[in-house]
Design a protein around this ligand. Structure first.
Ligand SMILES: Cc1cc2nc3c(=O)[nH]c(=O)nc-3n(C[C@H](O)[C@H](O)[C@H](O)COP(=O)(O)O)c2cc1C
Length: 201
């Protein structure tokens, strides 16, 4: 019998019960309906220190992530990610990019790159993705405009790639700041359900 698939969502919203949260819930519910185990991690609930650019984690070659000397929740979160078959990476758009908590998380992913002092650019440790992923973004601006004028989707895909994941779909919810308690809408809900299934198929 197939092992139960694990899905982990990393959520960079500041608002529990907001648009991003609702979209992620829908994706995870759909994945659970397919028999998956799903967990949601709010970055606002985790203690994640800023990367200090000490390069300890990036200094040694190899496929495995480098060891970070900071003692916080990051190692535990990365252990969960590595035990997952599929990931969801979700953030509202703030000032044209991901939220500050999401950026702080992403900077710490440098442990998945080999980048000794003197090298001009980092090299990703894992060449190919072994897990599937979905990107979720919300913006006050219309989705198409926000997508075309920023590189938020590309940044989240790049982060997923460092974590050994290939992006299988993007849910971009525009006009997401019309009222404080806004429904994500029928279309976004439908797409979220489809992406949830896609994650674990
Ligand atoms: C500090 C801040 C900056 C924002 N910057 C942008 C922006 O640059 N572009 C945009 O379309 N929406 C922007 N927004 C609106 C948020 O993207 C929107 O409220 C959010 O996607 C809703 O998601 P949530 O319900 O999970 O909080 C900003 C909101 C805040 C609070």
């Amino acid at each position: 019998m197939d092992r139960q698939k694990r899905v982990t969502a990393i959520v960079g919203t500041y608002r529990k019960g907001g648009i991003i949260d609702a979209a992620v819930d829908e994706i995870l519910a759909s994945a659970r309906d397919q028999g998956a185990l799903a967990e949601k991690i709010y970055l606002t609930d985790a203690c994640i220190e800023f990367c200090t650019n000490c390069r300890t984690c990036a200094g040694q070659p190899g496929q495995e992530r480098g060891r970070c000397p900071l003692s916080d929740d990051m190692a535990g979160i990365l252990d969960k990610i590595e035990q997952s078959d599929a990931l969801v990476l979700a953030s509202p758009m703030n000032f044209g990019t991901v939220t500050a908590v999401m950026k702080r998380f992403i900077e710490r992913l440098i442990c998945y790159a080999y980048w000794p002092w003197g090298a001009a650019a980092p090299r990703k440790r894992k060449k190919k993705g072994t897990r599937r992923a979905v990107v979720v973004v919300s913006s006050a601006a219309p989705a198409l405009l926000a997508r075309l004028t920023t590189r938020i989707t590309g940044l989240l895909k790049q982060a997923l790639s460092l974590m050994g994941a290939e992006t299988a779909g993007v849910l971009f919810i525009g006009l997401a700041a019309r009222k404080p308690h806004q429904d994500i809408g029928v279309l976004a809900r439908r797409k979220a359900r489809i992406l949830g299934r896609k994650l674990v198929q």
